[in-house]
Design a protein around this ligand. Structure first.
Ligand SMILES: Cc1cc2nc3c(=O)[nH]c(=O)nc-3n(C[C@H](O)[C@H](O)[C@H](O)COP(=O)(O)OP(=O)(O)OC[C@H]3O[C@@H](n4cnc5c(N)ncnc54)[C@H](O)[C@@H]3O)c2cc1C
Ligand code: FES
Length: 376
């Protein structure tokens, strides 16, 4: 079911409004998550002092189909090194001719600084197709609570823009936390969208007022009393959260204290340290470890590894390049078909059940339990 169909499914009262959109979306191109294409930058927008939005058009100029909240994995040569990183598509699927990503500079970070310094209209970038399951279309509830901090605003912004473009009039409470008022990404646009959609309510909380002496909003961190003020019915809402690991952990604790049902809580982390730590390679043949042979069917290469290591890191050490980004089972970039053998995979949403049934596995979070033959 595609994005517009899912919304159609959830909110049948909007059927008339959606008929056109559903028909029109049939022309949008399915861009598989494992397929790369070249994107051409057509606009760069300064959002804050350290956040920029980059708008791209696709190679063939066709509209692209994706779910609001999904991300792309971009790939570029940065100072002689090939880097791959995931970025949420911050634009909504209702504007499918351009895909945007909104990137915050990370001090010392390779890709984010390269994009800020080098990406300009006319420049190109390779990207894998949209991926990810963090999307508001997973639930049929008409009442949602979006909680974001920093660049974690991007998936929630795509969901909000899509809902408003489709005229869904969803009941959305959107609470964004920022360091200072000057760091609030999409501040003006959220205020404008609130005027367009009376059932969208937006609130900002800043740790510090920074240079904005007349800041009238609250300072400090998001708390249960603030949430109760802004969304007294928060327990009835499906919650979608995105931000740094510390923020999301504090939000989960706050919601648990407030009696929110964890089954109605969805989150996405941009912060790899929040996920399962990638274990360093163990010395080969340490006691109790089993050794296996991994064969790549297309290149006829092979290497040995132990079950203490992930297939991805063992392949890297053996000099085999496998596309990857998050190394945490989130993004799906390393999805590969296992033709023979079995693995123990501990993913974090980067692969769907039906893909697992078709023999696909995420190599970054899979350890062998037998010899393997991979479709590589
Ligand atoms: C699903 C998903 C969606 C995302 N969406 C967005 C988005 O919409 N917007 C956004 O801004 N970001 C997003 N991210 C985060 C993004 O993918 C990158 O992680 C982020 O931009 C940092 O990448 P970088 O290459 O600039 O930093 P990296 O080079 O990966 O560095 C990250 C940090 O590690 C440090 N570091 C790097 N190398 C070393 C080293 N050898 N030793 C010690 N420290 C080191 C750097 O100094 C920096 O602090 C998303 C991530 C995921 C998983
Ligand atoms: S590299 Fe992201 S899921 Fe494997």
């Amino acid at each position: 079911m595609n994005c517009v169909e899912s919304m159609f499914h959830q909110l049948p009262q909007t059927a008339d409004r959606l008929t056109d959109a559903a028909t029109w979306e049939q022309g949008a191109r399915h861009w598989p998550s494992g397929e790369q294409q070249t994107l051409t930058c057509c606009r760069v927008i300064d959002e804050t002092h350290d956040v920029k939005t980059f708008e791209f058009r696709t190679e063939d100029g066709l509209p692209v189909r994706f779910e609001p909240g999904q991300f792309m994995t971009v790939s570029a040569d940065v100072h002689g090194h090939r880097l791959e990183r995931c970025y949420t598509i911050s634009s909504p699927p209702t504007r499918p001719y351009l895909v945007s990503m909104t990137v915050k500079r990370v001090p010392g970070g390779g890709m984010s600084n390269w994009l800020h310094e080098s990406m300009q209209p006319g420049k190109q970038l390779r990207a894998y197709g949209p991926s990810g399951t963090f999307t508001a279309t997973v639930s049929a509830t008409p009442k949602v609570l979006y909680l974001s901090a920093g660049s974690g605003v991007t998936p929630l912004m795509s969901m909000t823009r899509a809902g408003i473009d489709l005229g869904l009039d969803r009941d959305i409470v959107f609470v964004h936390s920022a360091r200072t008022p000057a760091d609030i990404v999409f501040r003006k646009e959220l205020q404008r969208l609130r005027e367009l959609s009376p059932r969208l309510r937006t609130y900002f909380v800043c740790e510090d007022i920074g240079n904005e002496q007349d800041w009238a909003g609250p300072t400090g961190r998001l708390s249960l009393p603030l949430l109760r003020d802004w969304a007294p019915d928060y327990r009835e809402r499906e919650v979608f959260t995105c931000g740094p690991a510390g923020y999301m952990s504090a939000v989960r604790t706050m919601l648990a204290e407030g009696g929110h049902d964890p089954a109605r809580y969805h989150q996405e982390s941009f912060d790899f340290s929040a996920g399962v730590a990638v274990e360093p390679a163990q010395p080969e043949h340490a006691s109790g470890q089993k050794s296996f042979k991994v064969t790549l069917s297309r290149s006829s290469k092979s290497f040995s590894m132990t079950d203490s290591d992930t297939v991805l890191s063992a392949a890297r050490r053996a000099g085999v390049a496998i596309p990857s980004s998050c190394s945490q089972g989130i993004c799906g970039t390393c999805k590969t078909r296992v033709l023979e053998g079995t693995v123990d995979m501990k993913h974090q949403g980067g692969i769907r059940d039906r893909e697992i049934e078709r023999g696909l596995r995420l190599l970054c979070c899979s350890r062998p339990t037998s010899d393997l033959v991979l479709d590589l």
